[in-house]
Ligand binder design. Structure first.
Ligand SMILES: Cc1cc2nc3c(=O)[nH]c(=O)nc-3n(C[C@H](O)[C@H](O)[C@H](O)COP(=O)(O)OP(=O)(O)OC[C@H]3O[C@@H](n4cnc5c(N)ncnc54)[C@H](O)[C@@H]3O)c2cc1C
Length: 424
């Protein structure tokens, strides 16, 4: 007997989670099946909608204004500006710890590399760090965290012309975590506020951290830490540090493993659980049955293939990073439903000689009609009951445009909502 649902979403990244949530909010009986960790664990946790045009113009002040001028093949053109806005409203409702929804304008945030980045939604913990804010800033790095070199980040931000004075200092984190210097260990220590030894005395971790930073403060009005300030209670930790330091405290989003990305993933899984969806993680969809319609998919579990059937399906398996799109010497593939992925037949046309050039492969992915149904090589829909969402889609370069999360949220929302509306 197959496990049945009205809508089956394959993939539990930002696109699949948003799609499943949108479908559940439409009243459908939804099941989400996902295999490995999504790219949220690698991403900054910022929700970029559109920072630059495909030609590289930007940073854009208003991403929504630029969407109608994008190329026809771009996923935003398939769903339209109105749907992008609706999808972000759903996101704002599901993840109330994010900010930025009060305006259409992109915010500018400092990155851990010392650049300034346009983004549409950001965790509340990053908001005191906006680069448009003129308050002088102290950045505090942790000795063991080599990917956040605070003096170097400060120098880069200064060179980028930010409208405030910025300095960087590096401290040893209180409590000896050198042997296990993981982002999650710092976060846990601050969450639990466990006591650590400071010059022979036991002091709660948050107080000890503030004690290390206090003597470094000059006239700065805000202090930025790498994003390690708690997993369960980040708001409470920031508030306590801010109180003890007498200045605003913020987090700078980091690269992998990204605590803001993990927090976002947790928030979306909780929202989906609350919406009543059935969720299965850790097992891949490996096969399917059906010709013009997908009848059922098979999930590999402990060596067995478990059938799951639904009326409507959403493909949200990610791009090259999530393995939703794969390539070999022969070509580029979508491995679950074998949907067509348009690409140049000569492999040497996929890349530019220049590492930072405009690589075609960055835009490779499934092409769809305006209803997000994947198209075959003759531009007919592959399956009448399959829609695709997120980075499995082609037609955009998320890294160059700074549009990754925005496309996943907008197309996930559209695919999930339409699937639910069509489900019998
Ligand atoms: C290093 C990095 C940094 C980034 N930084 C930013 C940023 O700062 N801002 C921004 O907006 N965007 C950023 N992005 C882009 C953004 O994170 C992605 O575009 C977006 O999260 C993709 O979501 P997705 O759901 O489409 O795919 P994924 O996150 O890849 O999720 C796909 C999911 O599908 C699962 N899956 C795959 N195959 C199967 C199968 N056969 N069966 C079941 N499940 C399957 C995978 O295991 C995975 O869980 C970044 C991306 C990377 C890689």
């Amino acid at each position: 007997m197959a496990i049945e649902s009205e809508v089956l979403v394959v993939g539990g990244g930002l696109a699949g989670l948003t799609g499943a949530l949108a479908a559940a909010r439409e009243g459908a009986d939804v099941r989400l099946v996902s295999y490995k960790q999504s790219t949220l664990r690698q991403a900054s946790g910022l929700v970029d909608v559109l920072g630059y045009t495909p030609d590289g113009a930007g940073p854009l002040t208003d991403p929504f204004e630029a969407i109608p001028s994008l190329p026809d093949a771009h996923p935003y053109r398939k769903v339209g500006v109105h749907t992008v806005r609706e999808a972000l409203s759903l996101f704002d409702e599901a993840v109330p710890t994010y900010e930025g929804g009060h305006t259409d304008a992109n915010a500018l945030l400092p990155t851990h590399g010392g650049t300034v980045k346009p983004t549409a939604r950001y965790p509340a913990g990053a908001s005191a760090g906006l680069a448009s804010d003129a308050r002088d800033t102290l950045l505090v790095g942790i000795e063991e965290m080599v990917d956040f070199d605070a003096p170097h980040v400060a120098a880069h931000l200064d060179a980028a012309g930010v409208p405030f004075d910025v300095r960087g200092e590096t401290i040893r984190f209180p409590g000896d975590l050198r042997a296990d210097a993981k982002v999650t260990r710092y976060a846990k220590l601050l969450d639990t506020d466990s006591e650590v030894a400071v010059r022979g005395r036991m002091v709660p971790a948050r107080e000890a951290l503030a004690q290390r930073v206090n003597p470094l403060l000059e006239d700065e009005e805000r202090v930025g830490f790498p994003a390690i300030l708690g997993d369960d209670n980040p708001g409470e930790i920031r508030a306590e540090l801010s109180d003890r330091l007498g200045v605003d405290v913020f987090e700078v989003p980091m690269g992998p493993p990204s605590l803001p990305g993990l927090r976002l993933e947790d928030a979306l899984f909780s929202a989906l659980d609350e919406a009543g969806a059935s969720i299965e993680t850790g097992n891949p969809v490996v096969d399917f049955e059906g010709e013009d319609r997908i009848e059922r998919v098979f999930i590999e579990k402990n060596g067995a293939k478990i059938p799951n059937s639904a009326d409507q399906y959403v493909l949200a398996t990610g791009g090259f990073v999530g393995k939703g799109v794969e390539s070999d010497r022969e070509g580029v593939y979508e491995p679950v439903f074998d949907c067509h992925v348009p690409h140049a037949s000569d492999r040497y046309d996929w890349f530019e000689g220049d590492l930072f050039g405009d690589h075609e492969f960055a835009r490779y992915g499934v092409a769809t009609d305006d209803d997000l149904r994947p198209l075959d090589a003759s531009e007919h829909s592959e399956f009448e009951n399959l829609r695709a969402a997120g980075s499995v889609l082609g037609g955009y370069d998320f890294a160059a445009e700074k549009s990754g999360s925005g496309v996943s949220i907008a197309t996930g929302y559209a695919a999930g909502q339409r699937a639910a509306q069509e489900a019998r």
